[in-house]
Design a protein around this ligand. Structure first.
Ligand code: TYD
Length: 139
């Protein structure tokens, strides 16, 4: 549930610097507060296209710009937050019931998403008014 303590959060992941190339990693229940049930990635996004534009009733997720950069736009009906992600060792942690849209993809960007649920179409909320009602009910 999204509460005042459990709000979207930028997470800096470990970065092991090496002359041979850098290395980052994520451990479930350590760097992120959930077990990973699903990993998906968005790529080959044509210039000007947007992804998302919905909320999930149950899923928590971490969004990482594995390559390139993009903007995550958050809006809960009251507060707007715009987060530009372009550091491979940074991720945006989103609680359930977060309305998010991903925009401003640089070419060749890869948006990696770690989720704590398996895919389920019925947990998508596409109607913004319905979302705001659900969000206000759990605040
Ligand atoms: P969708 O979540 O709507 O994409 P976005 O929010 O980025 O615009 O998913 C697009 C399509 O991919 C939709 O038909 C469902 C399918 N899909 C899966 O089958 N499994 C998944 O884990 C995800 C995220 C999507």
């Amino acid at each position: 549930m999204q509460t005042k303590e459990n709000i979207p959060k930028l997470i800096t992941l470990p970065k092991i610097k090496d002359l041979r190339g850098n290395l980052s990693f994520i451990e479930a229940q350590n760097h992120i507060p959930f077990d990973i049930k699903r990993v998906y990635w968005i790529y080959d996004v044509p210039g000007g296209q947007e992804r998302g534009g919905h909320a999930y009733t149950n899923s928590r997720e971490l969004i990482i710009p594995l390559s390139g950069g993009f903007t995550v736009e958050l809006f809960n009906g009251e507060e707007k937050k715009i987060v530009r992600l372009n550091q491979t060792n940074e991720g945006l942690l989103l609680p359930e019931l977060t309305w998010r849209k991903i925009t401003g993809f640089l070419s060749n960007s890869v948006c990696l998403v770690l989720s704590d649920t398996k895919y389920s179409e019925c947990e998508y909320i596409y109607d913004f008014n319905k979302y705001v009602k659900a969000f206000n009910a759990i605040k």
